[in-house]
Design a protein around this ligand. Sequence first.
Ligand SMILES: *Cc1c(COP(=O)(O)O)cnc(C)c1O
Length: 480
Amino acid sequence: MLPPDPDSLDPQDWDAFRAQSHQMLDDMLDYQQQIRQRPVWQPAPDSARARFAQPLPRAPGALADAHASFLQDVLPYAVGNVHPGFMGWVHGGGTPVGMLAEMLAAGLNANVGGRNQMPVEVERQISRWMAELFGFPDTASGIFVTGTSMANLMGVLVARTQTLGVAARQQGLQGAPLVAYTSAAAHGCIAQAMDLSGLGTAALRRVAVNARQQIDVAALAHAIATDRAAGLRPFFIAGTAGTVDTGAIDDLSALAALAAREQLWFHVDGAYGALGMLSPQIAPLLAGIELADSLAFDFHKWGQVPYDAGFFLVRDGARHMAAFAAPAAYLRREARGLAGGSPWPCDFGPDLSRGFRALKTWFTFKVHGAERMGAAIAHTCALARYLAERVQATPELELLAPVTLNIVCFRHRGVASGDGDAFNGEIVADLHESGIAAPSTTTIGGKLAIRAAIVNHRTRAEDIDALLAGVLRFGAARLS
Ligand SMILES: *Cc1c(COP(=O)(O)O)cnc(C)c1O
């Protein structure tokens, strides 16, 4: 037998490597199992940052040393969304199962851009499951992407190609005055999609919302009519299923009917809310989602799949492919062998090389099952209602927005004469630095709100209690 090749990047001593890898796996399982004993978040000290300001390592180093650096300088200073006290923004909590599947995917080192391979079939399986979940027809197509920001951009691109014809991919817009619509409560990445696609943010109408933060459908119809009268060309409506600020869900059935009447593409940004379909209690709130032409959502939020795992689902797979497949490359595909199996994932999006995001998602569904995943989602909503009730029962606090799903916006009343926005902002920073809880802030009706988005399957009532106790304690300390 030949001696190990000193230039290979494989371990020279597999037995030692195995022992170290078991230690690494154990450390990460400990992190997940014992997460409650840690602060939600703590700032990274300058010493840790300094150790990440070193020149490129030229010579080999020990795996154990690299891992020790990770444990000392990286792991304690992450965002903290694994922690049940993390309630900022909309971040998923991840799972140990997802973590293991991610390791398997990396070991296989699958490039899921295309070719005749089973990992592509795993992704197609997820796509069929999602068509089933959302009531899309068999002709639907789906693809993993980084996140909903990318999926929303792809929604705009598919709608543009559908509206102007595939020639637009070659000739560009040629001055076509396309106009798109979404609500004032929509995520900023819808405007970004207009920017990146070359249509321009000025061609996006941000329609007013009602008191429940849902798009005002009558105002939308009026805006479309006004634009048509001005010679513009409406083409795209983006509804939201779960707004990022308050969790509001647009009237998707009404939007679908309006889009059908006006012959516009109906896209739904369901970044976190769409997977509410997994819960029998929440699914009715999403009625109409089955009528969307395209849907963007994330498995990495309410689905608890480790980052990143965004998804783009299109009702008519042919329209989806028409926006992205490169005709020349497509025609060169083989009927047999490793270059067979067309169409490939790269025909449905801008990425050629792509990781195996489907595997961690497949493992998550196989191991936990859709029902339990739905129950975990419903539980976050129950906790949000509990938090809202407690806010309303506490004289020092006020609720700033109705609770539709899992997001609660509230604030400490402070004192009438003080600057309530700065005061509440300081309370949130105090909470972050204490490591007790990590809500974020937003602005509701011109007031700064403490915003708790309960997404993590690990969060329990005691974490809500700790959040409230912290708000009251830091509020009282600042008032005294
Ligand atoms: C999180 C979110 C996005 C952005 O999704 P990413 O996965 O972060 O790109 C878009 N829209 C809504 C409503 C969101 O909650």
